[in-house]
Design a binder for this molecule. Structure first.
Ligand SMILES: *Cc1c(COP(=O)(O)O)cnc(C)c1O
Length: 223
């Protein structure tokens, strides 16, 4: 077994274990393998191991990889901060956009053609540079997504802050998800949990994990 295959299978086991502990079905949890800075050869190997959901955080890199690997029919998840002027291009290859965080980006993603799935990203820190909408503006942004054609809201996305217990942070996201339930009854998904905190995320109801290095190994230096 390759090292990649061994790490993937170890993570799959830990996901199953955490789902068990939470009394949840592991099949309800989608694992997005985040492959930023990794070569396309690694993504091909992941695909051969049964991975279908690939996450990237930079448009140019994601677009080039999606083009080169079009034959694999993978689902591309855009998880990084997104500039409005790149929005239409990202729509063209992404199945899911996890980082919708402001009304101007929603407007840029508007389309009268097929819908793209998306998450509204919430910022759990006091630093506006981290990406995500401030929880105070959450309802307004959700309403804006719901009335914009071409977007289907799946739920909320967040990154746990470095200075807060991850489980407590994910519990906050779950609370925010409950808060938007009257507005968006169907947007129940939660994109949260990375290499170091996916167990806590599963215990708090994550439906989409975004896992990089725990599966891929260390990232090469940015190119
Ligand atoms: C890189 C990245 C991840 C994966 O991080 P790891 O710590 O390698 O698991 C998840 N989410 C986002 C938004 C990222 O940029």
């Amino acid at each position: 077994m390759s090292e990649l295959a061994a790490r993937l299978s170890a993570v799959r086991e830990r996901i199953a274990d955490a789902a068990d502990a939470a009394g949840r079905d592991a099949h309800d949890i989608t694992t997005v393998v985040v492959t930023k800075f990794q070569p396309v050869s690694l993504i091909r190997e992941l695909a051969s191991l049964g991975v279908r959901d690939i996450g990237e955080n930079r448009h140019q890199e994601a677009q080039a990889k999606a083009r080169e690997l079009a034959d694999l029919g993978l689902d591309w998840h855009f998880v990084g901060q997104l500039q409005g002027k790149k929005a239409r291009q990202v729509r063209a290859y992404a199945s899911v956009i996890h980082s919708v965080d402001r009304t101007s980006l929603v407007d840029a993603l508007r389309s009268d053609e097929a819908s793209v799935d998306c998450f509204v990203q919430v910022n759990l820190t006091d630093d506006p540079g981290r990406g995500g909408v401030d929880p105070e503006g959450l309802e307004d942004l959700v309403e804006h997504v719901l009335r914009t054609p071409g977007l289907r809201l799946l739920g909320l996305m967040a990154v746990a802050p470095l200075d807060e217990d991850a489980r407590a942070a994910f519990a906050r996201v779950r609370g925010l998800s409950d808060r938007i339930r009257p507005l968006a009854p169907e947007a129940t998904a939660l994109s949260m949990g990375m290499s170091h905190d996916y167990r806590d995320a599963i215990l708090e109801g994550a439906t989409h994990l975004r896992i990089g290095t725990a599966i891929t190994g260390n990232r090469p230096a940015p190119g």
